[in-house]
Write a new protein. Structure first.
Length: 279
C-alpha cells in the first residue's frame, strides 16, 4: 500500500471507500456454489486498490482479499506461460520472448482465468512492480564500441533462443556455453571490482515470496504522480532490466537519491502483471 502512496490510512476505512465508491465493478459466477466480485478504486493515473470477495450460493461472504496495483505502461511478448491458481490466488510464470528471462508475478486480472493450471504458448504481458525500498545509483560507463558489441550479442542471443525453442540442440548448447563463459568472466572481475560496476542489471528472486525480486536496471523514463486520497507523492520509473522493460511505482519518501534518465534503480519489488492478448 505504501508504494502507491497509502502509508497512513486505516485499512478498514480504505476498504469502505473502495467498496462504497468503486470506479469499476466486476462480478463473475463460475458455478452454482461461488460468485466472485471485484471492486476497483483508482487513486491516480494507473494505480489504485482492488478489493475481491468470494460469496457462496446464498451470497454470504466466504473470503476476501485486497491488492494495491499499478498497471504499467509497457507491453511485451512472453512465451511458455503458466498460470497457477488456488482459491482465487493467481501467480504467473513466464519467459521473456527476446532474452529468456523467466519471471514470476502476481496476476492483476485473475477473474478472467479459472482456478487450476492454465498454459499459454505466448501472450502480451504488461509488467509492473511496487517498491518500498529504492536507491538511485550511477550507471556503468560504456563507450560506443562496447555498446555496439552489446547490441550484436543481444541480437545473436535472440536468434539462438528462437532456434533453441524450436529444438535446435546446437543452439541450446551454444546458450549454455555462453552462460558459463559470462559467469566465469563475472567471477574473475568480482575479485578486484565492485559488484555494481561489474553487473549492469538483474532480476534476483527475494526470499520467501516467489513474486518478490531485487531489481537492478537502467532508468529510461521518470514521471511524478500524486495519490488523490492521501496527497503522497510517487515516482513512476520505467526500467530496462537486461532487456526486459518494467514500470516501477514507488513512494517518493522511500527513494534514496534523485531518479533521472540514465541513472540506475536498485530496489526490492513485488511484481505484478496483466495478460492482455494471448497468441
Amino acid at each position: 500500500m505504501r508504494a502507491i502512496g497509502i502509508s497512513r490510512t486505516d485499512i478498514n476505512a480504505l476498504m469502505a471507500i473502495v467498496r462504497e465508491t468503486p470506479d469499476n465493478y466486476y462480478a463473475q459466477s463460475r458455478d452454482s456454489e461461488r460468485i466472485y466480485v471485484e471492486f476497483d478504486k483508482v487513486f491516480g493515473k494507473g494505480f489504485g486498490v482492488r478489493l475481491r470477495y468470494a460469496l457462496n450460493g446464498s451470497e454470504e461472504l466466504i473470503g476476501y482479499e485486497y491488492q494495491p496495483y499499478y498497471s504499467g505502461d509497457t507491453s511485451k511478448g512472453y512465451v511458455n506461460i503458466e498460470i497457477q491458481s488456488m482459491d482465487g490466488e493467481h501467480v504467473v510464470i513466464a519467459e521473456d520472448f527476446d532474452n529468456g528471462n523467466e519471471l514470476v508475478f502476481s496476476l492483476q486480472n485473475p477473474l478472467e482465468y479459472a482456478d487450476g493450471v492454465s498454459v499459454l504458448d505466448r501472450a502480451t504481458i504488461k509488467l509492473a512492480g511496487l517498491s518500498c525500498d529504492a536507491t538511485i545509483i550511477l550507471p556503468v560507463v560504456k563507450d560506443d564500441l562496447s555498446e555496439e558489441m552489446r547490441r550484436e550479442e543481444e541480437l545473436e542471443r535472440r536468434e539462438q533462443l528462437l532456434k533453441a525453442r524450436q529444438g535446435d540442440t546446437e543452439a541450446i548448447e551454444s546458450l549454455e556455453m555462453a552462460e558459463e563463459e559470462t559467469s566465469s568472466i563475472i567471477q574473475e572481475r568480482l575479485a578486484h571490482e565492485d559488484f555494481l560496476t561489474v553487473v549492469e542489471g538483474f532480476f534476483m528472486p527475494a526470499e520467501d515470496d516467489d513474486t518478490q525480486y531485487c531489481i537492478l536496471g537502467d532508468i529510461t523514463d521518470v514521471t511524478e504522480r500524486t495519490n488523490t486520497l492521501t496527497g503522497e507523492r510517487l515516482y513512476i520509473l520505467s526500467l530496462n532490466v537486461t532487456g526486459s522493460p518494467i514500470d516501477i511505482c514507488v513512494n517518493a519518501d522511500d527513494v534514496a537519491g534523485m531518479p533521472s534518465v540514465g541513472m540506475r534503480f536498485l530496489g526490492t519489488c513485488w511484481l505484478q502483471g496483466s495478460l492482455e492478448t494471448a497468441v
